[in-house]
Design a protein around this ligand. Structure first.
Ligand code: GDP
Length: 365
């Protein structure tokens, strides 16, 4: 079985398949340009298949999670009910810092040191493509292509309510339910969404490179606060020690706490420092395992996820209400100053929360 599974429902960058999925309640559909007409499987059946090792079913489930809609919610609920969250490691840093190369090495170390199957979610908020279709990921992760215990998947924004900040944790849970013990969440860059997604993991690894100001950039991007482990990758280049020193100095100025993020120098391309990095990730995991820290972290995460879903739901409802003919005048009233934004918001909130748009059942949508 190939380590990188593409969901045939999802269009590839090659453009040879048109994605017309989502036409059925299961997110299924027909592929155009091929003779394959697939009968869509309900989420429950896909879920059972994925739990018994069917990787194509797993890929399909992740596609459903990525899309908004009832089937995705059903998958999320099924995964939640299993309740097996894998150990998660987020990897973030500027494009080109070496995240993919590092992840590739870390996956190999994880596979050789534990029995657990390992998942990789490569998250790209800026890409319209997903489903393993980001060519670079497939090329880079080829080393694991023959390892059945590795599953690699790209995730992009595909209309999921609440965006990737909701879709990625759900995908992690689906992987957990499918028996994956460890999941790496790698982002393409350090945008707001990427940092949010990568830091919504048990252990967040921030990757910087040697060079004047890289540590300062990391600090500006808000990475100092989210890092559990710092990596100065490309340590084979000049300036690694200085960058490390800058980071240490910034950490000295920080609030401190029970865990001081270690700074590890690596050369991902030749594997140097990788064992140490993996060791620090494990050490952080052990730290979380004491005094109920992991539970606290996960509870906070669940709360943030809930607020995201809730916020997105309210926004969706309010947008619908605003667009309805009977409310056409509200914006005009607002613009004319006959009603203030607080009054308008109150009115909309009440309508959205009390009866919902059309009064339909949420779960059926
Ligand atoms: P990403 O965009 O952060 O995922 O970075 P990549 O893993 O794709 O790496 C970007 C480039 O840096 C590639 O050409 C890698 O081969 C190279 N690279 C990665 N790690 C190292 C390293 O430790 N030293 C050097 N010199 N190059 C590296």
């Amino acid at each position: 079985m190939n380590g990188s599974i593409e969901d045939p429902d999802v269009s590839s960058t090659g453009g040879s398949h048109a994605d017309v999925g989502g036409s059925g309640p299961e997110g299924g559909g027909y592929r155009v340009g091929t003779s394959v007409t697939r009968v869509a499987q309900p989420p429950g059946a896909l879920f059972e298949a994925a739990r018994s090792g069917d990787r194509l079913a797993l890929a399909r489930l992740l596609t459903l999670v990525e899309r908004s809609g009832g089937a995705g919610r059903e998958v999320a609920a099924l995964a939640y009910s299993v309740g097996s969250e894998p150990a998660t490691v987020g990897i973030t840093g500027a494009p080109g810092a070496g995240k993919s190369t590092l992840t590739d090495r870390l996956v190999a170390l994880a596979r050789s040191s534990t029995e657990a199957s390992v998942g990789v979610l490569a998250v790209d908020p800026s890409s319209p493509f997903s489903g393993g279709a980001i060519l670079g990921d497939r090329v880079r992760m080829q080393g694991h292509a023959l390892d059945d215990g590795v599953f690699i998947r790209s995730m992009a924004t595909r209309g999921q309510l609440g965006g990737l900040a909701v879709a990625v944790p759900e995908a992690v849970r689906v992987l957990g339910a499918a028996g994956f013990g460890m999941v790496f969440v790698e982002t393409v860059g350090v945008g707001q969404v990427e940092v949010e997604v990568a830091s919504a993991t048990d252990t967040t690894v921030v990757v910087v490179n040697p060079g004047w100001g890289d540590a300062v950039q990391a600090s500006k991007a808000g990475l100092l606060e989210v890092a559990d482990v710092f990596v100065v990758n490309k340590a084979d280049r000049p300036g690694a020690r200085e960058t490390r020193r800058d980071l240490e100095q910034m950490l000295d100025l920080g609030p401190g706490g029970a865990w001081r993020p270690p700074v590890v120098e690596t050369s991902a391309s030749n594997g140097e420092g990788l064992q140490e990095l993996f060791g620090e990730i494990e050490r952080h995991r052990e730290f979380l395992g004491s005094e109920g820290r992991l539970e606290t972290r996960r509870r906070l995460r669940a709360e943030r996820e809930l607020m995201k879903v809730l916020g997105a739901r309210v926004e969706e409802r309010v947008t619908k209400i605003l667009g309805s003919p009977e409310h056409a005048g509200l914006l005009a009233e607002l613009a004319a100053g006959r009603i203030d934004p607080y009054g308008a918001a109150q009115q909309l909130l009440e309508e959205a929360l009390i009866r919902g748009p059309g009064g339909e059942d949420d779960r059926s949508r």
